[in-house]
Design a protein around this ligand. Structure first.
Ligand code: WTA
Length: 687
């Protein structure tokens, strides 16, 4: 390790233990493989495709695409004409190879007393039962099925069952509100929902079914009828937090959601609701797979859009499969015998690619964790790592920063010496958190992989490889195989060597999104319009003198709260739904744990007062329209907003005000520059 004053000069070589048996064990090997993957993608990926089951060999071209909107519609196709099924490749392939008894998942509940495990063979038969049940209720290839579940085995079963019969899953994160769930069901036109009754997150109870019921009612008023809701009665089998039994002051959930016998109450609509267990246990545990074209849709996953309306990012079967499997294998240097633990929720892309598909495609053994990192104590992750001797661990910078606050002690209480690779994802990681992760969690012996990617990219696109890449704290390092990174300036000119610009990719890779569901136009405009010939990530990045890539964050109106991407427009439209609010502008303000938090400026209608009650109403509105994680940290009354003469809000100035920085830059183009000083003077006391 070379010490220097900036993170750019700090370099950590791959730990010996990791480099020894790495799939890619030197920078020379990396460069060679990367070069081949760019120059001859067909040769590179067709070799990998041979490890998977395809019903027939590809007819026609291995891949075809157009990235240049000026030449015609954007399209990307890999292995079109080849028929496969991802569920078959995740389960049947391993079971047929005699690996059915291997553990697919160790499940750790919110309460440490709740634990079990499931093998590949068991997973396969449960998936078949659910698939058969769905078929019996008329679910067919191409149908969209919404899933709203906590981190339980049934969530994995649900997605694989849907994939097995060629339907398209649309998973909605369990922290989303009824409004958000409804939007995602309506846009996808999903008639079937798979959910759970409820879930404990630490001491907090989330009433999933209640939220789903509300969402279905809203859907109905928007013309989409959910005809079937399969409900896992999860609450009947979990240990409730001790506080629920405390009679002295009583848990708030107890009064409203538990009956006299202490059973969790749910309302049941027998026209729509069926009990998961009853419905599926009588179905056959064998179910033939539906062979799909590699380019048939596998899933859609909604991500924030800068206009406020979420986009249904669409992934297809074949390319996504190759890419999720290959990135998992190389980025975590996965080997049989590893125990892998990814803390992400399956409701986000990280959970899709690196809880379910990547690990299962590699026949890996993983930990599936339902709870939160601080319950019942702040060493929960480390306890789990010790229990299962986890060797590969993947989490988010915001989680690392949260846990860092408790110091080294909670980590030291447990034996985490099994760890070899430590991954992070979701936002740029600050060097301080990186170094703590490396020193305290990894004991200096584990490789840190800061993986940059997006819902849209399907898998890692810029990442170190644990046995090969010398890492720099805070840099995602180098492009993965198949990724051709470019930095462009505003004029679209390529920045060679050192410099900072728009992060774009020059050619397609198998795992990239194919479209925005039902809106190909929006796909083209969002990702291909600004720089014809390139996929635009929406992030900025810097290349240092050694060629390392440092992702600097979003350059559009998106913000990243605890690794959750939100658009300012989404938050603003929620705020203006509050009756008293005339106009709102939301910006990101740096936050020590969340990475970024929301700072909102609101203009009220004539005669309205900025009361505490109104502030609470506004916060609640954002929570109910989007979800609790989106709640603004700061709300400031704004008599006016800094706008250009053409009426565009100058967010750059608002971001400065949010952090208390008077260095506003050029504000002469504002219609009324005095408003800036006024806003600055009236920053809220807590800001
Ligand atoms: C940000 C999550 C820096 C980035 C997989 C990206 C990162 C957005 C990193 C995608 C990282 C993710 N370093 N920034 N390692 N990982 N981001 O779609 O702004 O939820 O565009 O996918 O998160 O968020 P999404």
């Amino acid at each position: 390790m070379a010490m220097a004053n900036s993170a750019e000069e700090l370099v950590f070589n791959p730990p010996e233990l990791v480099a020894k048996n790495a799939h890619c064990s030197s920078m020379e090997q990396y460069r060679e493989m990367h070069k081949e993957s760019i120059k001859d993608p067909e040769a590179f990926w067709s070799k990998i495709a041979k490890e998977f089951h395809f019903e027939n060999n590809s007819v026609g071209k291995f891949f075809e695409y157009n990235f240049d909107i000026t030449k015609g519609p954007i399209f990307i196709q890999w292995m079109k004409g080849s028929r496969t099924n991802i569920c078959y490749n995740c389960l049947d392939r391993h079971v047929l190879a005699g690996k059915g008894d291997a553990i697919a998942f160790y499940w750790e509940g919110n309460d440490p007393a709740d634990r079990n495990s499931v093998t590949y063979a068991e997973l396969l038969s449960e998936v078949c039962q659910v698939a058969n049940f769905l078929k019996s209720r008329g679910v067919a290839a191409g149908d969209r099925v919404a899933i709203y579940m906590p981190m339980i085995k049934e969530l994995v079963v649900a997605m694989l069952a849907v994939a097995r019969i060629g339907a398209v899953h649309n998973i909605v994160f369990g922290g989303y509100s009824a409004d958000s769930l409804c939007d995602r069901i309506v846009d996808a036109g999903a008639e079937v929902l798979l959910c759970a009754d409820g879930v404990w997150r630490g001491n907090k109870l989330v009433h999933l079914k209640e939220i789903a019921d509300e969402a279905m009612k809203m859907c109905s008023s928007r013309g989409v009828e959910v005809r079937l809701n399969v409900v896992v009665r999860h609450m009947t089998r979990v240990t409730h937090p001790a506080s629920l039994h405390d009679t002295s002051n009583g848990h708030p959930a107890k009064k409203t959601h538990f009956d006299h016998q202490g059973r969790y109450k749910v309302t049941w609509n027998s026209d729509v609701d069926v009990d998961w267990e009853t419905a599926t246990s009588s179905s056959s545990s064998e179910c033939p797979v539906v062979w799909l074209d590699s380019e048939d849709p596998l899933f859609m996953l909604y991500t924030s859009g800068s206009t406020g309306k979420p986009k249904g990012v669409l992934h297809t079967v074949g390319g996504y499969m190759l890419y999720a499997a290959t990135t998992f294998k190389y980025s975590f240097n996965y080997h049989p015998g590893d125990v892998y633990f990814c803390t992400a929720d399956i409701g986000w892309i990280t959970g899709h690619s690196y809880v379910t598909y990547g690990p299962l495609l590699n026949g890996a053994t993983s930990v599936l964790f339902e709870g939160v990192p601080t319950y019942p104590h702040t060493g929960r992750f480390w306890e789990i790592i010790e229990r299962y001797k986890v060797s590969k661990f993947y989490t988010a910078p915001t989680a690392i920063r949260t846990l860092m606050k408790y110091g080294d002690e909670p980590v030291k209480k447990f034996d985490v010496s099994s760890l070899r690779v430590l991954g992070t994802v979701g936002e740029p990681i600050n060097p301080e958190a990186w170094l703590w992760y490396h020193r305290v969690v990894g004991g200096g012996n584990a490789a840190i992989v800061d993986t940059f990617w997006q819902t849209e990219t399907g898998g890692h696109v810029i990442t170190p490889l644990p046995g090969a890449t010398p890492t720099k704290p805070g840099s995602a390092c180098f492009p993965f195989f198949g990724i051709s990174v470019c930095l462009l300036d505003e004029a679209g000119e390529e920045i060679e060597g050192e410099g900072e610009g728009y992060l774009v990719f020059r050619q397609p890779w198998p795992g990239m999104m194919r479209s925005v569901y039902n809106n190909h136009q929006r796909f083209q405009e969002t990702y291909f319009q600004k720089f014809p010939g390139f996929y635009t990530t929406g992030d900025g990045a810097r290349r240092d003198k050694d060629g390392y890539i440092w992702v600097t964050g979003r350059i559009d109106d998106m913000l990243n709260v605890s690794g959750h991407l939100l658009s300012t427009a989404q938050v603003e439209s929620a705020l203006v739904e509050v009756e008293q609010v005339a106009e709102a502008a939301a910006v990101a303000r740096p936050h020590p744990v969340k990475g970024e938090c929301l700072y909102c400026f609101v203009t009220l209608k004539q005669g309205e007062k900025f009361t505490e009650e109104l502030v609470a109403d506004m916060k609640n509105k954002v929570r109910s329209k989007i979800g609790p994680f989106a709640q603004p940290d700061y709300l400031q009354l704004a008599p006016g907003l800094p706008k250009t003469r053409s009426g565009k809000i100058m967010r750059r100035v608002l971001r400065k005000i949010a952090v208390g920085d008077r260095d506003f830059g050029d504000i002469t183009t504002l219609a009324d520059p005095t408003v800036v000083e006024l806003l600055f003077e009236n920053r809220p006391a807590n800001a």
